[in-house]
Design a protein around this ligand. Sequence first.
Ligand SMILES: *[C@@H]1O[C@H](CO)[C@@H](O)[C@H](O)[C@H]1NC(C)=O
Ligand SMILES: *[C@@H]1O[C@H](CO)[C@@H](O)[C@H](O)[C@H]1NC(C)=O
Length: 353
Amino acid sequence: MDCALLLLLSLWALIGTASLQASGSCPERLLGEERRRSCPRHCKSDRDCGNKRQCLCDGQCGLSCVAPGRTCPWPLPHSENSEVHLLSPTHSFSALLEVRCKQGFALPSGLDVTIRRCQGDRQWSGDEPICTEVETPEPAAVKTCLLPEDVTDIFDIQGDATVGTAIRYRCLSGSDVVGSSENFCQDNQTWQYPHPICKKVYCEPPREVEQGYVVAVHKTEYEVGFDIHYLCKKNFLLDGPQKVTCLSNGSWSASPPYCRARCLISAVRSRVVIGGVKRWPFDITDAMVPHGENVTFYCKHPHKQCSFTTTQTCFDGNLQPPSCYLEPTWLQYQLFPHRLVSEVEACEPDDVE
Ligand SMILES: *[C@@H]1O[C@H](CO)[C@@H](O)[C@H](O)[C@H]1NC(C)=O
Ligand SMILES: *[C@@H]1O[C@H](CO)[C@@H](O)[C@H](O)[C@H]1NC(C)=O
């Protein structure tokens, strides 16, 4: 039960004895409980007590002949382990006294406070309160799993390795944890898994890039964070990342790029459309277009004197003219330049199948 509540109850019981008496009722003499050696003479009214005493309620002695002016011992001898406070203005009959044990001490009852009442026999009620030191229970030894020094030397470990809890490993060197990065301290104080190890991560050399340069020293393995930059030889176009980085899992951030070749425009005696401009191939440097460029060729309508277009894309040196394209002969080119396929009218949309 709560100490404060017990105190309240005992206070109520003690005060109750006095107020009960005022209302004319007082408990029957009930010896034994309070271990009083003796009780004053029992009475029913003041007449039973002569002129110096009154018939008053004296706790468990019940109505007794007491001299109300009589006092109980006060002050009490100093006690090391407790503090005593008088709760009433005087220390005469029915006065109340609180005995409170100091921090860490308690009465044999286990409580740290008790109330005593000044009895008719000039004694404070109850046994002499003795506060004794409370034995604080030793904190139960915390069981842990062993973490050897060679493990704590290489890992930053989260968790306290107590039984029933998990820990997490992180390599102090920043390298990879190889094995389980989490472990569990079991009831029998052993680890669920073997301790992991730390392994430095490297990236394998990436594949060679044909027609390209690597702007880095060639190595057999690359450290995490290492960048490789790529350049292509003249006239080759970089297709892919300009840079790859060695990631912490040993992979490169991307596949290396390709260096793509230019394409020769195989048409010579017809104009073509490149970048929206209709041009003679010989007007173009080397008559070549970069990788990825679209080249629009003119084809002759099989039956009519008109042309339609077909677009081909240069891919890494390959640019096939469409199958419908017919290279004009030297004579056609020289004698009838205005009748060349790229120079005649465009067919009506309906003409083109
Ligand atoms: C390495 O990490 C990258 C990015 O986090 C991921 O895309 C890649 O798949 C991983 N590679 C391997 C082998 O786990
Ligand atoms: C070539 O044509 C394709 C398909 O129409 C288009 O996606 C691409 O962007 C073009 N390339 C260039 C260099 O204009």
